[in-house]
Design a protein around this ligand. Structure first.
Ligand code: PLP
Length: 325
C-alpha cells in the first residue's frame, strides 16, 4: 500500500485483473471511490506566475463557475508518459502555447509548462514504484472562474486506457461521419482553428453512434474529403508515398503525425500533406490513425468495407515507434 499524496490516506487495496485498486480511507462511500490502476497524479499550475503544487486527487480543485466546465472554454493536450518521460513534449508545448494565444489566454511560458510536466511525471514514476509504467498525461487550461477571471491550469497523469494495446494490434473498424458544418475562419477569426479546444461533445456523440453500429472509431469527412479521426490523424501509405490531409481549419495539426513524417522521411519515404478522398483511402496499401497516447492503429474497414492491410513491416514498425519520440 502506497501513501504518496500528502494529507490523503490513499492506497492500493488489492489487485483486479493485474491492476491495483486504489481508495481513500476517509471517504463516506466506505473507501473505494477511486478506480482501478494507479492513483492519478495531479499538479495545479498558477497561471500568472507558473508556480505549481501537487493536488490531492480525492479533493476537488475546480469551482462550479469554471468556464472550462460551463462553456468548454479552454484547451488541452494529451501526451504519453513512457519510460519516465513525456514523449514528443516540444511539439505539444508549441501547440498548447499557440492554442492559448488564439484563445486570448495568458502566456504561461514554455519553462512553466515543462517544469510542471517534470513534477507530474516524477509524481507518476514515484506512484508506480519499481516498474516504469506508461501513463496518460493531460494538460488542461481553461478560462477559469467567471467570478474571478482567473484561469485554471492543471495536469494529470493516469493509467493509459487498458484497451489501447489491443487496438494497436487488431486495428479498428471505422465509421465515416460528416462534420455537418464547413468553417470559414477568414470570415470568423474567433473560431481559433488550430487550438485543441475542450469542446468534444460532437466527437463523443459520433463515437457513440459508431459504437452503436458495432464500429470502434470515427473518421470525419466533408463530402468526399477526408479530414481526421475523432481523436487522431489519418495517414495513408501507398508504395513509398505517405499522405495526410492538410492541417488547418478542420484538421488539427497532429504531433504524432509530425513525428511519423520526420521518421519516415529519414527512412526514404515521400511524406506529404495532401487532400485525401475516401476512394484514395480504399486504394491505399494501409490506412492508419495516429495519436499521442493510443499510438498508431491500423484501420481495418470503412463503413463495413474492408481496407488493404499491406503496410510493409518496416513502415509499421517506424509508425509504432513514433509515439515514443
Ligand atoms: N485530431 C484530433 C481531433 C485529436 O483530438 C487528436 C488527439 O487527441 C489528434 C488529431 C492527434 O493529435 P496528437 O498526435 O497530437 O495526439
Amino acid at each position: 500500500i502506497r501513501d504518496r499524496v500528502r494529507g490523503c490516506r490513499l492506497g492500493a487495496v488489492g489487485i483486479h485483473e493485474g491492476r491495483n485498486v486504489w481508495r481513500h480511507d476517509n471517504h463516506r462511500s466506505g473507501g473505494i471511490i477511486g478506480g482501478m490502476g494507479h492513483a492519478p497524479v495531479i499538479v495545479v499550475v498558477e497561471p500568472f506566475g507558473g508556480s505549481s503544487r501537487r493536488q490531492n486527487p480525492q479533493l476537488p480543485h475546480i469551482f462550479w463557475d469554471d468556464l472550462g466546465l460551463t462553456r468548454a472554454d479552454g484547451i488541452f493536450e494529451s501526451l504519453l508518459v513512457h519510460e519516465g518521460r513525456a514523449c514528443n513534449v516540444e511539439r505539444h508545448v508549441e501547440r498548447f502555447l499557440a492554442g492559448a494565444k488564439k484563445l486570448d489566454l495568458p502566456e504561461l511560458g514554455r519553462d512553466a509548462v515543462l517544469k510542471a510536466t517534470g513534477e507530474a511525471v516524477a509524481g507518476w514514476v514515484d506512484e508506480c514504484g519499481d516498474e516504469l509504467v506508461d501513463g496518460k498525461l493531460v494538460w488542461t487550461f481553461t478560462r477559469g472562474r467567471a467570478s474571478t477571471g482567473i484561469p485554471s491550469v492543471w495536469m494529470t497523469v493516469t493509467d493509459v486506457p487498458a484497451g489501447n494495446a489491443k487496438l494497436r494490434e487488431k486495428g479498428v473498424k471505422v465509421k465515416l461521419c460528416e462534420k455537418g458544418i464547413t468553417l470559414h475562419p477568414e470570415k470568423a477569426p474567433w473560431i481559433a482553428s488550430g487550438a485543441k479546444s475542450l469542446g468534444y461533445s460532437a466527437t463523443m456523440a459520433a463515437l457513440r453512434a459508431a459504437k452503436a453500429e458495432g464500429m470502434d472509431d470515427v473518421i470525419w469527412v466533408d463530402g468526399d474529403r477526408v479530414l481526421e479521426g475523432a481523436t487522431s490523424t489519418v495517414i495513408s501509405i501507398k508504395g513509398k508515398k505517405v499522405r495526410t490531409p492538410p492541417s488547418g481549419t478542420d484538421v488539427l495539426a497532429g504531433t504524432t503525425q509530425q513525428a511519423v513524417f520526420e521518421t519516415l522521411t529519414a527512412a526514404g519515404y515521400a511524406c506529404k500533406e495532401k487532400e485525401l478522398s475516401v476512394d484514395k483511402l480504399k486504394e491505399a496499401d494501409g490506412v492508419w490513425l495516429v495519436s499521442s497516447v493510443r499510438g498508431a492503429v491500423p484501420v481495418r474497414s470503412l463503413d463495413g468495407e474492408k481496407l488493404n492491410r499491406n503496410t510493409p513491416d518496416d513502415v509499421a514498425r517506424l509508425l509504432a515507434e513514433a509515439m515514443f519520440s
